[in-house]
Design a protein around this ligand. Structure first.
Ligand code: NAD
Length: 481
């Protein structure tokens, strides 16, 4: 069995605990992908100190040289896309086609920031004193802790690490313990690209062992975290005054379907937004708010569509939905399906699939509930699985009120061709990503991404040019003669 190592100060090292943990295939949990280091607080400290030591040198490294390393890392990901995509599917469970897209997107993100970072700068300011030059300049922060979830285990790290490095910060990256292998491939890409000693460090281990060190050590100037609202809030509250935080958290994303909507489109968008990635996207469609004129036709068509969905191993041809990512996910999703059955009207699905083709994996059939009301847990809590709660609404205004009646504000969609509502929707919906006639899921590498309310710290956006802001601080300079 292959054992993989931490990458600290340009050395592939074992954890000081001497212990390892395993990564397994959620489509077949007998299959072991590898053993990874169960790191300790001392290992985390070593990684942070290496990053701290490397910072003054990296800060001064010419932008073109930093960009070259990012591009070389992108080359490495692209060159190995077939192998890495297979590993991603075997480790996380998503479809092979989605894994390929994710690897290519990660490479694209590195290339995007290699260019965008070189044009990111301050401003000059007009001044009444003709003898004075006034301008602002952007500087890196220092050591950045990058902490990420398992659901997009390489593209989310890429969209944090690339802007952090191009702007001159040094990084300690801790991936989810459910997906350490594909995260390690990203570390390998930077290593092969020639990232200097200490500039980028990779460490695996449990949040309880290394989380506090990575987030409260005094050298950490910024924490960029994607994960659950519960964990993100705790980290944010424990961070010191001199540590900047960026928390991208959970969602309970609504899709509003009005009477005039094309029902086939609404069903397709539900399947893509709610069930693709087995419902495990932070922007996944979770609530469908629908008017009476569309509801029955929509429910009938949705159930027919679910019956035809091919569920199975993400490596298989024609498979549309893979397994859930781990046992915790399976237990949690099945628990919510049970809750739904007691609270609401169960329309279809939700079985734990076993038997030929499913044994050894965490498979569940997509589930639909109707007559869901605002107080129900399946209407309020993030399920993070293929479960749709259908909520009756009287009209557009009622839909907006109910869609906004949530602590989350990540993504939202409206399905209609009525221009009156299309224009009002972006103004009235409380969500960081707003879609019309598209799924709640999906965002561009070159556009900002982030949530409102308890879906995000709302301080800084990720992704796009805006994604560079978080990693720089502004100094204002006055030069007289
Ligand atoms: P999680 O919060 O359990 O873990 C995320 C990461 O944080 C992991 O690496 C974990 O080890 C680490 N972690 C947890 N507690 C920590 C602590 N106290 N200190 C330091 N590190 C800690 O989330 P998960 O189950 O991996 O991912 C699913 C969640 O992520 C969902 O809630 C989903 O909505 C959210 N998510 C959000 C976005 C977004 O951009 N808003 C994107 C993807 C996933």
């Amino acid at each position: 069995m292959t054992q993989y190592f931490n990458y600290i100060d340009a050395q592939w090292t074992k954890a000081s605990s001497g212990n390892v943990f395993e990564s397994r295939n959620p489509a077949n949990y007998e299959e072991l992908l590898g053993q990874f280091q169960a790191s300790t607080e001392a290992d985390a400290r070593d990684a942070l100190e290496a990053a701290h030591r490397a910072f003054p040198m990296w800060k001064k490294t010419p932008m073109g040289q930093r960009a070259k390393i990012l591009n070389a890392a992108a080359d490495y990901l692209e060159k190995n896309v077939d192998q890495f995509a297979e590993e991603l599917t075997r480790e996380e469970g998503k479809l092979l086609s989605n894994s390929k897209m994710e690897i290519m997107r990660s490479a694209q993100t590195f290339r995007f920031y290699a260019v965008e970072g070189t044009t990111f700068t301050g401003e000059t300011y007009p001044c009444d004193d003709p003898g004075m030059l006034v301008y602002s300049q952007r500087e890196p922060l220092g050591v950045v802790s990058v902490i990420t979830p398992w659901n997009f285990p390489i593209s989310i790290p890429a969209r944090k690490i690339a802007p952090a490095l191009i702007t001159g910060n040094t990084v300690v990256f801790k991936p989810s313990s459910d997906t350490p292998l594909i995260a390690l491939r990203l570390a390998e890409a930077l290593h092969h690209a020639g990232v200097p000693k200490g500039v980028f460090n990779f460490i695996t281990g449990s949040a309880s062992d290394i989380g506090a060190e990575l987030t409260t050590n005094e050298v950490v100037r910024a924490i960029t975290f994607t994960g659950s609202t519960r964990a993100g809030e705790r980290i944010h509250q424990a961070a010191s005054l001199t540590t900047r935080t960026q928390m991208e958290l959970g969602g309970k994303n609504p899709m509003i379907v009005l009477d005039d909507a094309d029902i086939d489109t609404a069903v397709d968008l539900t399947v893509q937004g709610g069930f693709a990635l087995t419902g495990q996207a932070c922007t996944g469609t979770s609530r469908v708010l629908i008017t009476a004129g569309a509801k029955e036709r929509y429910l009938d068509a949705l159930v027919q569509r679910i019956k035809s969905i091919k569920i199975g191993n993400g490596m298989g041809a024609g498979v549309e939905i893979g397994p859930l990512a781990n046992q915790r996910q399976l237990d949690s999703v099945l628990n919510y399906i049970d809750i739904g059955k007691t609270e609401a009207t169960h329309v279809y699905g939700g079985e734990h699939l076993t038997g030929p083709g499913f044994d050894g994996g965490y498979y569940v059939q997509p589930a639909v509930f109707t007559d869901v009301t605002q107080q129900m847990r399946i209407a309020r809590e993030e399920i993070f699985g293929p479960v749709i709660a259908v909520i009756d609404v009287e009209d557009y205004d009622d839909a907006i009120a109910k869609a906004n009646d949530t602590e989350f504000g990540l993504s939202a969609a409206l399905i209609t061709n009525d221009i009156r509502y299309i224009q009002r929707f972006p103004l009235e919906i409380e969500a960081g990503t707003v879609k019309v006639n598209r799924t709640t899921t999906g965002n561009l590498v070159n556009a900002p991404f982030g949530g409102l309310k308890r879906s995000s710290t709302s301080t800084f956006r990720e992704s796009g040019r805006a994604g560079l802001d978080f990693y720089t601080q502004i100094k204002t300079v006055y030069i007289g003669r």
